[in-house]
Design a protein around this ligand. Sequence first.
Ligand SMILES: NC(=O)c1ccc[n+]([C@@H]2O[C@H](COP(=O)([O-])OP(=O)(O)OC[C@H]3O[C@@H](n4cnc5c(N)ncnc54)[C@H](O)[C@@H]3O)[C@@H](O)[C@H]2O)c1
Length: 403
Amino acid sequence: MQNPEVVMIGLGYIGLPTAALIAQGGAYVYGVDINQSVVDTINRGEIHIVEPDLGQAVKEAVSKGFLKADIKPVGANTYIVVVPTPFKDKNEPDISFVQAATSAILNLLKEDDLYIIESTSPVGTTEKMMNFIYEKRPELKGKLNIAYCPERVLPGNVMHELVFNDRVIGGIDEKSTQRALDFYSKYVKGELHKTNARTAEMCKLVENSSRDVQIAFANELSLICDKADINVWELINLANKHPRVNILQPGCGVGGHCIAVDPYFIVSDYPMESKIIGTAREVNNYKSFWCAEKVQNTKLKFELDFGRKPKIALMGLAFKPNIDDLRESPAKYIAQRVLQNANNEEYYIVEPNIQEHNVFKLTNYTEAYQKADIIVYLVNHKEFSTLPQSNEKIILDFAGVNK
Ligand SMILES: NC(=O)c1ccc[n+]([C@@H]2O[C@H](COP(=O)([O-])OP(=O)(O)OC[C@H]3O[C@@H](n4cnc5c(N)ncnc54)[C@H](O)[C@@H]3O)[C@@H](O)[C@H]2O)c1
């Protein structure tokens, strides 16, 4: 490979597609990942994640020599950090991966380079990394371009959205913002919106918190309606006939690695101010607990009514419909909780989007439906809408399959 122009640190769900896209645009991209098997896979022109059109893009970029992966970075003009930012115990964000990635390039940075963080980060992370860099490399103070540019793509449509979504770009000064904007404008067709680093960081967190709060409202309605003996799905449908009302759908909680995680980045730094955001997290978590309790109570009532143990089908484990991703999944949490309380009942665990699971023994959804007395819909997977609505079954529909 010729001298790389871009070093992409972190070659996961976001870093690899971004690296492939930039390489397809004709820039030499040096991808860095601490996972040797990820590096080897990419250098063979293959991919380690499931994402439509990514395989072809990586294969082309690698075979033409525009993309190469390694476990250690080399010098370039632009460095992009796209490593995980999980949360630690007590729901505090962990930016140690960002710091480790930054440490790895400290000695490679030179005057006028562009350093961008794309990882979802607590407010102030970009400034923290700037201070960290300038502390170790004081001769570069004020001479680097440092910016934050969050990612908001939808898994499954990443290659399209990377190009066509609008992006928010916030530098630590005007020059940095402009340099980052010039960089992204080479491959993004969506609008590029300029701001400062702190606003860009908060923008990403607020987008996911907004979704979380709105889902919490729907989940709260589902609890109220259950007590009031009102069909929540019908209620929301009717309320949404109001021209200025748009209530989201309830579910069995909120999961995934973004919406269920990012609000804590705000709550942990601004606990006194983020009352609604914090409460929304509690409501959405409580909804999962409530669903598990509901299964437990229904099971006990069945035993009293019929004098025998019920057979129970738990339908869906993924964190949202029609995907195979179980990260932070409320459905998985409910299944675990229900199984912990098992007392010789027979259970069928269903997840049509995965073949096998290391903890749960999976059953085909039609077989589970036929055999079970109690059907618990945890996820609104498309397969479930093809099942009959038998009056002989007890249905707990937390996902709106039969709405
Ligand atoms: N996946 C999404 O849909 C999505 C959407 C928007 C934002 N984000 C954010 O983007 C960031 C990355 O997410 P992801 O889904 O791509 O994560 P991922 O886990 O798929 O990939 C991260 C990669 O970084 C590597 N890595 C960890 N530490 C490293 C280091 N010090 N140096 C080099 N490589 C290192 C890991 O081995 C891994 O391959 C996170 O902050 C996430 O919140 C993700």
